[in-house]
Design a protein around this ligand. Structure first.
Ligand code: CAA
Length: 386
């Protein structure tokens, strides 16, 4: 594959290489088997933690690597190119619960949770969606009622990545009263741990792709949560989620680019070696043009993402650009994985080659952390306001 043009510092190159070496050795050889078994080797999370990949965006004082956003995204692309299921666990953990506790948590909360999240001893999850509140996230109905020094939580969350193996879940719950609803301002963020009485893990979803990444429902059944577990200010949970999803969406864009790159690399290698009508497939312009379009779209997606990451680290407002990055990268991943199957022909449709898994894995990037339609809403509103 043609090299990316993003200028990288020595540190960014080193992080990228570290991720590539780990992914090649510890993930790529096993990703197909984990997909078939719908189960990942449970030691993978610990290995990611040992490399520092679960504290990439945390400052060193909390045991993190204190890296810039681009370093993190370069590592995620490498991990996703080998195993997209591992990439989503890493992306959710780094972008959402750890960053939310860092950004909005009290000193005591940061000291209690972040050092153990940075090492992977405690894996994180993010619980926003509900059965009737997906794209319309602020319509969520899980309810917290204050009781002395505690809150009593009731409700069910869906689509929770890592929800059955996380030790720290940042969950969005209503704290306004049913008689006086405050819309998006009536939602608060809580730090939930599974040891709380009334915490339950529900159905594990049987998914099309990312089969080695657990996605579960979680329920709060009269769950008593100390008031010290409220994250930040009461009523700000929806706003915190929206702010944090900006980082999350950059992570999903990197994941999509990793999936797309893997599919393009497989297609290129296959097109060079596969002969039909006495010639390699690369000698047919129909195939050559597909490979050219794959490379072009991949580089455009990466350029948009990397430019956005650099602007984020300069402190600029990148909400619309994060949405564009995720939208373009995920639709690119879907297009490239589809075309990769076409290059492979019948062999692309069976499980002997990885492109069918990559195609299944790519689809979710157009759906989670805000469907493509939601990204277009975010971009469209920014365009109209500009
Ligand atoms: N930063 C700061 N504040 C923001 C913001 C942002 N990026 N986006 C919105 N807000 C604020 C608004 O300013 C507004 O504040 P005021 O009350 O002061 O006016 C408030 O939040 C409400 O905003 P909107 O009126 O824009 O809210 P909306 O109801 O129209 O929804 C939306 C906007 C963009 C559609 C939003 O609901 C959304 O992003 N939906 C998708 C949810 C999503 O991505 N879910 C993924 C869940 S995680 C997951 O996928 C599972 C996993 O584990 C991977």
């Amino acid at each position: 594959m043609i090299e990316t043009l993003t200028p990288l510092s020595d540190q960014q190159r080193a992080v990228q290489q570290l991720a590539k070496d780990f992914a090649t050795r510890e993930l790529a050889p096993f990703a197909g088997a984990w997909d078939k078994a719908s189960e990942q080797d449970p030691t993978v999370i610990g290995k990611l933690g040992a490399l520092g990949f679960l504290g990439m965006l945390l400052p060193e004082e909390y045991g993190g690597m204190g890296l810039d956003t681009l370093s993190y995204l370069l590592a995620l692309e490498e991990i996703a190119a080998a195993d997209a299921s591992t990439a989503v666990a890493m992306s959710v953990h780094n972008s959402l619960p750890t960053k939310m506790i860092l950004a909005f948590g009290s000193d005591a909360q940061k000291r209690e949770f972040l050092p153990r999240m940075a090492t992977g001893e405690w894996l994180g999850a993010f619980a926003l969606s509900e059965a009737d509140a997906g794209s319309d996230a602020s319509a969520l109905r899980a309810q917290a009622v204050r009781d002395g020094d505690d809150w009593i939580l009731d409700g069910t969350k869906v689509w929770v990545t890592n929800g059955n193996r996380a030790q720290v879940i940042v969950a969005m719950v209503r704290t306004d009263s049913p008689e006086h609803r405050l819309g998006s301002r009536g939602v608060s963020a809580f730090i939930i741990t599974p040891d709380l009485a009334g915490f339950k893990v529900g159905k594990k979803e049987d998914k099309m792709g990312l089969r080695a990444s657990p996605t579960v429902q979680i329920a709060f059944d009269g769950m008593r949560v100390p008031a010290s577990r409220l994250l930040g200010t009461e009523g700000q949970g929806f706003i915190y989620s929206m702010q944090s999803l900006e980082s999350g969406r950059l992570g999903i864009a990197a994941q999509a680019i990793g999936i797309a790159r893997a599919a393009a690399e497989h297609a290129i290698a296959y097109a060079k070696e596969r002969h039909q009508f006495g010639k390699p497939l690369t000698a047919f312009q129909a195939v050559e043009f597909k490979l050219a379009d794959m490379a072009t779209k991949l580089h455009a997606a990466r350029a948009l993402l990397h430019t956005t990451a650099a602007a984020k680290d300069r402190g600029e407002n990148v909400g619309a650009h994060a949405a564009m990055s995720k939208l373009f990268a995920s639709e690119t991943a879907m297009w490239i994985t589809n075309q990769a199957i076409q290059v492979f022909g019948g062999y692309g449709y069976v499980t002997d080659y990885p492109v069918e898994r990559l195609f299944r894995d790519a689809k979710i990037t157009e759906i989670y952390e805000g469907a493509s339609e939601i990204q277009r809403i975010v971009i469209g509103r920014a365009v109209a306001a500009s």
